[in-house]
Design a protein around this ligand. Structure first.
Ligand code: GAR
Length: 214
């Protein structure tokens, strides 16, 4: 069976990449085919190398502009035969041409219950706002900022005056479980994005869910 190939995009620590490597790489017909970083000093790169996964660095400053960088990135992912692009702590926007090229084949992990607190520093935004519940969202990437169809979400309650480091810890623990779960479902071919004719309503359906199996 041909494996389902992931291209993982990172900018920093790479703890989500590690979770994907540990729970999915080389199992159940899934493999991490390549890892691309937006910065040469991203610690995530060492995690990829340790797992024997090919890496590439695509810093915007090495290219004439973001469009050119994203084109080079798309070529790298295509050359590695990627079926799904996973943004795992990738802290830069991807241009529309990239998103259209990989339409419906890019997902992102975001540390809030979208549509609350999109963009950068989502955990700080939630704490500053004083919400009692935050969480994690896995969503398909469209041309907006954290606006694509939602695959999975999980809530986390925030007791009063919990410090940011502890909230981050809880968020990461949920991400490290939810992201591999969502990837497994997508690789299994049971996930569909449904859009109503008006385009005003969209929903991600997961086979089995309607029958109450999930
Ligand atoms: C994760 O918490 C992820 O949700 C967040 O960056 C962190 C990366 O951690 N992503 C975003 O905020 C995207 N807007 P990691 O490098 O250890 O996986």
């Amino acid at each position: 069976m041909t494996p389902f190939r992931l291209g993982v995009l990172v900018s920093g620590e790479g703890s989500n990449l590690q979770a994907v490597l540990d729970s999915l790489h080389g199992r159940d017909g899934i493999e991490v085919a390549c890892v691309a970083a937006s910065r040469p000093d991203a610690p995530a790169l060492a995690r990829a190398r340790a797992a024997g996964v090919p890496t590439g660095v695509f810093a915007a400053s090495d290219h004439p502009g973001r469009a050119a960088r994203d084109e080079a990135l798309a070529e790298f992912l295509t050359a590695h035969g990627v079926d799904l692009v996973v943004l795992a702590g990738f802290m830069e926007l991807l241009d529309s041409a990239f998103v259209r090229h990989f339409d419906g084949r890019v997902i992102n992990v975001h540390p809030s219950l979208l549509p609350a607190f999109p963009g950068l520093r989502a955990i700080e935004q939630a704490l500053d706002y004083g919400v009692r519940v935050t969480g994690v969202t896995i969503h398909f990437v469209d041309e907006g900022i954290d606006t694509g169809p939602i695959v999975a979400q999980e809530a986390i309650e925030l007791p009063y005056a919990l410090d940011i480091a502890r909230v981050e810890e809880r968020v990461h623990a949920v991400e490290h479980r939810l992201l591999p779960e969502a990837i497994r479902l997508i690789a299994g071919g049971t996930v569909r994005i449904e859009t109503a004719e008006s385009g005003a309503r969209r929903r991600v359906t997961i086979e089995g869910e309607r029958r109450g199996e999930r």
